[in-house]
Ligand binder design. Sequence first.
Ligand SMILES: [Zn+2]
Length: 267
Amino acid sequence: MLPFARIMEILRPGIRILMYHRVCTNDKYDQLTVEPERFTEQIKYLSGHYRIISLDNAITELKSGVIKKRTVIVTFDDGYLDNLIYAAPILKKYNVPATIFITSQFCDQVKQHPRYKDEKGRLHLTWDEVKELHAMPNITIGSHTLSHPYLSLLDSTKSKDEITESKKIIEEKIVYPVKYFCYPSGDFGVREMNFVKEAGYQAAVTVAPGKNRPGIDYLLLKRVEITQKDGPADIKAKLSGAFDIIHQLLHWRRQRNFARAARHNNK
Ligand SMILES: [Zn+2]
């Protein structure tokens, strides 16, 4: 670990939100998939060395202004069926809370994530399975829009619908308030932040790397991606902030390239 990162973590501790997508076996490496055996190793290590709390408790602590060291949140994006089959039992075994952000049309089974368009078999959770996860004491369900679009490329009405209507639909299905939102592909602007706020969400997560400190805008929560390559030592380094500067540079470059592509496509 870099001494600088270690000192910063002691002086200015922050909550780290981990970003996962899929947990399943894979023929070849996929950045968004962690195999069950590796996931077990990661969760076992995390539960033994960090304080893993729910997003609800994290928001309460951020609002209180008092952050405890080594605090971690676990999140999953897109609502994959494998979250129920492989991830949920491991989370239960180690008593780890997690939030799963679902896309309502994926659960309707009328659309699926384009990254896995060649997937054989069903990719996403059904609504009954979402309800099953919601009934587990350690799982929170959040919204990841209606159709997983690039929100910033939509007109205002459509962007607002994606954010507002998905909340209503999920709440009707699970009969429980949906308090958290996740911007698809980390793509959003001030307009989307306002829609998230107006819809009544308490917080939203991005793909911007870094730690979350008191005073942060709750609509801009930062996350760190955990991959198949991350063993305990890698997780320790990532959570210590050793890679924060590199990750921030990569994120900035990615956002800049995305903005360029979007401008080009809109021409
Ligand atoms: Zn997504």
